[in-house]
Design a protein around this ligand. Structure first.
Ligand SMILES: [Zn+2]
Length: 349
């Protein structure tokens, strides 16, 4: 039976960047050990307890797992705690789906298709906010890229654009792409010309900012499509490109400007619909990047005014805010249930 194939969930209906996948291995030998030796349960009781077991979201998604959980990139992993081999090890796959307009329908459709018996899948919800979602996204982005290979700059641009404009077929746009450049012609959007992708200054600026955030190290600045930049250099470029003006950032201090830019990105998790809400018009509407719907603009503004104020030096014209985001964790327990059964059979027999 082509089991491995069937296991993969079809996530193609979700815009890229809205689902984060986590895999955690669990050692059943360690779990049985805990239940039978430490808790003194009979194997049969232990087995029925174990079958009901679902790790916490923290255990499933934490970067540093603790016994009986562990992470391994190896093809034939062993338990780091007791040395058990593959047949004792089970896998939990966890999908963290960002709730929102772009994912709600796809999530419901996916849930309808999943088997219900034996809690093969468990759904848990967690309240979060756009700031946490943004930093988690950045972190995942950083981990998925090889910063020693220059191609990461194009890959990071792509992941940023995918999040920003989820409906575009970026596979096609990035196919055989060699370079990403700032357009001197476009005032909004992007265009592909040969092997190069040209981005309007505002979008290009934001791509640089994302690259900077992913690669920055305190001493040496961050790597971007424009080379290695210190914060001062980055801010200078973004000011020159009109990006700061677009966001209504008037501060001169690079640290303050940086904080504002990051807050702007963290203020909403659906970048595609909320681009405009914060920009201060300077008379021409044409340099605005993508117009969101009026409705979402209003909503964002309303939330912003209610949101907590951050302690910053007054006067503070712009309220720093995040918006609530619901995270849906879908936990795939199938491998765990199967392995627990087969291990129990040999354990009890
Ligand atoms: Zn173990």
């Amino acid at each position: 039976m082509p089991k491995a194939k069937q296991r993969e969930l079809d996530l193609t209906e979700f815009p890229s960047g809205t689902v984060t996948e986590y895999t955690t291995l669990v050692c059943l030998a360690c779990i049985f050990d805990i239940f039978t030796k430490q808790l003194n349960l009979a194997p049969r009781t232990a087995f029925s307890e174990i079958k009901r077991h679902t790790p916490t979201i923290e255990e499933l998604t934490s970067r540093a797992a603790t016994r009986p959980y562990f992470d391994s990139e190896e093809k034939h992993p062993h338990c780091p705690y007791c040395g058990s081999a593959k047949r004792w090890l089970a896998r939990f796959d966890t999908y963290c789906i960002e709730g929102g307009k772009t994912t709600d329908a796809a999530r419901r459709a996916l849930l309808r298709k999943l088997p219900k018996a034996e809690d093969q899948f468990v759904l848990q919800e967690k309240k979060s906010d756009s700031g946490a979602v943004f930093f988690e996204w950045l972190d995942t982005l950083g981990r998925s890229l090889d910063l020693n290979d220059e191609a990461w700059l194009i890959e990071a641009s792509r992941m940023y654009l995918e999040r920003r404009e989820p409906k575009t077929n970026w596979d096609e746009v990035f196919d055989e792409l060699r370079a990403v450049r700032r357009s001197s012609r476009l005032s909004e959007g992007w265009e592909r010309d040969g092997a190069r992708l040209f981005l309007a200054p505002g979008i290009y600026s934001e791509a640089l900012l994302i690259q900077y955030l992913v690669s920055r190290s305190h001493a040496h600045g961050g790597l971007t499509l424009e080379g290695r930049l210190t914060l001062v250099e980055l801010v200078r470029r973004l000011r020159y490109s009109g990006y700061l003006e677009q966001l209504g950032i008037t501060e001169r201090d690079p640290g303050e400007v940086f904080e504002k830019m990051v807050n702007h990105l963290a203020a909403t998790h659906e970048w595609s619909s909320a681009r405009v809400s914060r920009s201060v018009s300077t008379g021409s509407g044409s340099d605005r990047v993508i117009a969101g719907s009026k409705k979402s603009t209003k909503k964002t503004a309303k939330k912003a005014s209610k949101a907590r104020k951050k302690k910053l030096t007054p006067p503070e014209p712009e309220v720093i805010s995040t918006e609530p985001v619901k995270l849906h964790y879908l936990i795939d327990r199938r491998d765990f249930l199967e392995k627990a059964k087969s291990v129990y059979a040999s354990y009890a027999g």
